[in-house]
Design a protein around this ligand. Structure first.
Ligand SMILES: [Cu+2]
Length: 129
């Protein structure tokens, strides 16, 4: 094998590993940033799914989720947080902010209006005081 072939082989191995990771890798939980005013804020890109799709927040602290819908496919035109009684339309190629304060701890699914595309909000319990 000459160096050129070696390079191609190594390149495709990296590519395959990346594809496998994309489909089967463990989804990472993403923590939110906290603004000066104490709002837990994160930007979520909506494109055939939610990215990030697992978001960790703290209970009892306001949350601002900035959904940027980077597609016009009708599937994702609505996002629903059933456990918090929130359903919001997401206009294409715009950012729609959803603000609420999670009053309960646990794992809550959010999804498109058809419940096909899903993400998860992980609300960590408030520290006892
Ligand atoms: Cu859908």
């Amino acid at each position: 094998m000459d160096p050129m072939e070696m390079g191609v082989l190594a390149g495709s191995a990296v590519l395959i590993a990346g594809v496998l990771w994309y489909f089967f890798g463990e989804r990472e939980t993403v923590a939110v940033g906290i603004s000066e005013t104490g709002v837990q804020q994160i930007k979520i890109t909506v494109k055939g799914g939610y990215s990030p799709d697992v978001i960790a927040v703290k209970q009892g602290m306001p949350v601002k989720l900035d959904f940027y819908r980077d597609e016009s496919a009708s599937c994702t035109e609505q996002v629903v947080f059933g456990d918090f009684g929130i359903a919001r339309n997401l206009p294409a190629f715009q950012t729609t902010s959803i603000e609420f304060t999670p009053d309960k701890a646990g794992e809550f699914t959010f999804a498109c209006g058809m419940n096909m595309v899903r993400g998860k909000l992980v609300v960590e319990p408030q520290a006892a005081r």
